[in-house]
Design a protein around this ligand. Structure first.
Ligand SMILES: Nc1ncnc2c1ncn2[C@@H]1O[C@H](COP(=O)(O)OP(=O)(O)OP(=O)(O)O)[C@@H](O)[C@H]1O
Length: 262
């Protein structure tokens, strides 16, 4: 059940962006979306969030097509942090995180103590408590990213969609955010470029190439030298770390390409 992509097809500007994409996570799983630039990861997240509608196939939330659900019903269950989550308005971190509570407010308001507790937990989980009164424009890129993740966590979703959530974060915060997401009792889809982080934190990975799934399964099965070469056109060594058991990718210099140009 949970949030399920069923045979999704989506075209934009005469170009087939997603073609027959099916992903059916078990509740609580962390799904890594991998693939080169333009392979369709963000587009898949947009369809899963309901921001955009597929041309064919469907997105199912516990078996119900999300097109038949009200926006608020979806927003109470599904939170998204996209690559361009930003704000022009100069509000504080606390205000940004409080936005996550909007789907939980009814006509007569909401439960203020539940809202405050959810916001406090989200700030704490993302290490942003001490910065909660800072204005948005004073934050670094990584702090903004953590504030947006806090906003999504304050929403208390069952399903979390993250588009490259680590791209502005230092190593410590990359590991902190991904281990938090992996440990929370949420189903999450995370678009990632870092194959080693995907191997460490994802239960399953789905590899997209030109809008189609070319491999899917446990990271140790999917992340292989052959796959990295086929999908990313990069030579790499993949070894299983004897301590963690995770596959670890080491990239090889691409000298042959330069030599071929000489
Ligand atoms: N609205 C649109 N109009 C035209 N083309 C689009 C539109 N949205 C997406 N595309 C195209 O669809 C393809 C997939 O884009 P998408 O952003 O989903 O890829 P991605 O895997 O997330 O890439 P990246 O790693 O660069 O973020 C790209 O070729 C992109 O140019």
């Amino acid at each position: 059940m949970t949030l399920h992509a069923k045979n999704l097809g989506w075209s934009r500007g005469g170009h087939l962006v997603l073609d027959g994409v099916t992903v059916d996570p078990a509740a609580g799983e962390t799904i890594g979306l991998l693939g080169p630039n333009g392979s369709g990861k963000s587009s898949l997240l947009r369809l899963l969030s309901g921001i955009a509608e597929p041309d064919s196939g469907s997105v199912l939330l516990d078996g119900t097509d999300i097109r038949t659900l009200r926006r608020r019903q979806v927003a109470r269950r599904v939170a998204m942090v996209d690559q361009h989550s930003d704000t022009e308005v100069d509000i504080t971190v606390l205000d940004v995180v409080r936005l996550g509570r909007i789907p939980h407010r009814g006509v007569f308001g909401g439960d203020e103590s539940a809202d405050a507790a959810a916001v406090e937990r989200a700030l704490e989980h993302t290490g942003m408590t001490s910065k909660s009164h800072r204005l948005w424009h004073t934050l670094s890129g990584g702090e903004r990213q953590r504030a947006q993740i806090a906003r999504a966590l304050a929403q208390e979703p069952d399903e979390l969609l993250l588009d490259e959530p680590t791209n502005h974060l230092d190593i410590q915060h990359q590991l902190d955010i991904l281990s938090l997401v992996a440990e929370l009792p949420l189903t999450s889809y995370i678009a990632l470029h870092d194959l080693n982080l995907a191997a460490m934190f994802c239960d399953r990975v789905v590899v997209l190439e030109a809008g189609r799934i070319v491999a899917a399964g446990r990271p140790a099965t999917v992340i292989t030298e052959a796959l990295v070469e086929q999908v990313y056109r990069v030579r790499a060594g993949v070894a299983v770390d004897p301590v963690t058991g995770y596959p670890t990718v080491t990239y090889r210099p691409q000298f042959s390409r330069h030599l071929a140009d000489l």
